[in-house]
Ligand binder design. Structure first.
Ligand code: PMT
Length: 425
């Protein structure tokens, strides 16, 4: 039986409220004491008896019921976790502004419990700058945002904004609950270690004005650099075209453009590094020749054929050459329709690259590249799943660094790493 916790589930007024019944059911099934706090609008979609039956607790949306028990603060004070699903654009705005004009608002404000929100709305509302700003404010305060995913929306619309599935929301909520119960991450478990992180996307020039590139923003790599610094490491960031400025005290940054430049910079920094994390999206190929002048369409006609040659595989090279005590972490950016296929691609890459850990992330038009969040599965060198993480790129970085500390046999300098190159490297 799970250690039972008090979980408040806020339901706001969107059609996805019907899916939130599944969230409440799974949390109850996991052994938790679940209290549903719907808004008045939510009750237009799913009625009060359903919430009471599923949660096995009495439910009200009113600030004025049960006043003697000071319900508007009592629930918030008692909660170990608050989940708001679905979180409409309106409710995200209210949460960001700290409004307390209903029972859910007062409950959230009166609570010190971690907050998980599962947004659900139409694509235009989700991508509206006002919503983006509200979500960014909530994230800055440590709120965990689950989804939204892409798919069918109300009516005939299809796109980003669909509430994540109940099992995903519950898995994320339980991870937050577990993390909040666990003792804080050992503050400086990378103390004295030298860590090299690559971030961003390399660019391969075609001519003086054009290049072949990719959509990596560098957010994941920068999150690794920040996390490693916070855990006591001396960090060098090899940065290829990051989307934003990196102004982090104590961080050494080496800017590069092409895969070849990145190879030189990473290999040189790796000579004295204890841990190398290859989060950069490195071009596998580059143009066989770079034109000294702008390629002219008049001269090329209706079709232009580019001949590409392979770039060095930096990660495979690092893994093959790693010293005893050095830990090499790679990424695998894959597009796959199912988790099984994603893991299969990851396993093949783990064997081919020979790194100690391979962080597999699903990427696509709206996932992985450029986003603030990531969802990863961490494989060991043999392709076995050793960890999973979803959430902000910083949370993912910390979860992977936990694994780095584990494979090294503990925290700080002087502790050995996985060491010898694997036979497959
Ligand atoms: O930068 P963000 O916008 O935050 O997005 C993060 C990310 C999606 C870019 C990141 O999480 C990620 O997946 N990085 C790896 C991208 C990639 O190039 O994946 P890959 O599967 O093609 O390469 C596998 C590994 O080999 C990677 O560690 C890569 O750095 C490395 N590699 C690839 C090619 C090459 N020539 N040399 C390499 O070292």
């Amino acid at each position: 039986m799970t250690d039972s916790k008090t979980i408040v589930v806020g339901i706001t007024g969107g059609i996805a409220a019907y899916k939130a019944v599944g969230v409440v059911r799974l949390l109850v099934k996991a052994g938790h004491d679940v209290h549903v706090v719907p808004t008045e609008a939510a009750l237009r979609f799913v009625g009060l008896p359903t919430w009471e039956a599923i949660s096995r607790n009495s439910v009200t949306a009113s600030l004025y019921d049960d006043v003697a028990a000071v319900r508007h603060v009592a629930l918030g004070q008692a909660a170990d976790l608050i989940v708001v699903a679905p979180a409409t654009a309106n409710s995200l705005a209210k949460l960001a502004a700290g409004l307390a004009d209903d029972l859910l608002g007062t409950t959230v404000l009166a609570s010190r419990a971690p907050l998980v929100v599962a947004p659900a709305m139409h694509t235009e509302m989700w991508s509206n700058p006002a919503t983006r700003a509200n979500v960014a404010t909530l994230r800055e305060r440590g709120v965990v945002v689950v989804g939204p995913g892409s798919g069918a929306l109300t009516g005939t619309d299809v796109g980003e904004g669909r509430m994540s599935e109940p099992d995903e929301i519950v898995a994320a909520a339980l991870r937050v609950l577990e993390a909040s119960a666990a003792p804080a991450v050992p503050a400086r478990d990378l103390d004295g270690l030298r860590v090299v992180v690559s971030a961003g996307g390399t660019r391969e020039p075609l001519d003086p004005v054009r290049f072949l590139g990719n959509r990596s923003s560098g957010k994941q790599g920068v999150a690794f650099a920040r996390a490693a610094l916070a855990r006591g490491a001396q960090v060098t960031l090899v940065a290829a075209h990051l989307a934003g400025e990196v102004d982090v005290a104590g961080l050494a940054v080496i800017d590069v453009t092409t895969a070849s430049e990145m190879a030189l910079a990473v290999e040189s920094a790796a000579e004295i590094a204890d841990v190398v994390v290859m989060a950069a999206a490195v071009a596998d190929y580059r143009p066989a020749s770079v034109s000294e002048t702008k390629i002219k369409k008049d001269a090329e006609g209706d079709e232009l054929t580019l001949r590409l040659v392979k770039n060095p595989d930096i990660l495979a090279g690092l893994a093959a050459a790693r010293r005893p005590g050095q830990t090499v972490v790679g990424f695998a950016a894959e597009t796959a329709p199912t988790r099984d296929e994603l893991l299969e691609l990851g396993r093949t890459k783990a064997t081919r690259k020979g790194a100690d850990l391979l962080v597999v992330n699903l990427v696509g038009w709206a996932a992985g590249f450029g986003s603030d969040d990531n969802t990863v599965v961490v494989l060991d060198g043999a392709g076995s799943v050793v960890a999973e993480s979803a959430g902000s790129k910083r949370a993912v970085a910390d979860a992977v660094l936990d694994e780095v500390v584990r494979v090294r046999g503990g925290g700080g300098a002087g502790v050995g790493g996985a060491g010898e190159p694997s036979p497959s490297a």
